[in-house]
Design a protein around this ligand. Structure first.
Ligand SMILES: [Zn+2]
Length: 113
């Protein structure tokens, strides 16, 4: 599984682009690493958090954390929400951003959701 999709085929096994197919991937994952950004293109900006997230389906992706997620830590479980990340030429740019999700454990059967 590759995210974002590879237009050149699979770098791991050599499959061509035609042999690959799109599949839905989990919007849940675990924070692998993160950094709080205070300078962007040499200018100070409102701090935001960039994280590497290991999705439950396997891929390690780089994504923004939601704006209020300044206390996220490595190992936290997260899920994606749609968020306005910037305004470009008056239009809102909407991208997935990740938010920490409390792990809910059902005490009766031990299933974690
Ligand atoms: Zn492959």
């Amino acid at each position: 599984v590759s995210f974002p999709p590879l237009a050149i085929g699979c770098e791991a096994c050599g499959a061509t682009e035609q042999q690959l197919r799109p599949i839905p991937v989990a919007t849940h994952g675990t924070i692998h690493s993160l950094a709080e950004v205070h300078l962007q293109h040499g200018k100070s900006s409102e701090p935001f958090v960039v994280a590497e997230i290991r999705l439950d389906d396997g891929p390690l992706i780089r994504a923004l954390m939601a704006r209020d997620e300044h206390h996220a830590r490595i190992g936290d479980t997260v899920s994606a929400v749609w968020a306005v990340t910037q305004i470009q030429d008056g239009d809102e740019v909407v991208e997935p951003a990740f938010t920490t999700t409390p792990t809910v454990t059902d005490a009766r059967n031990g299933v974690t959701t």
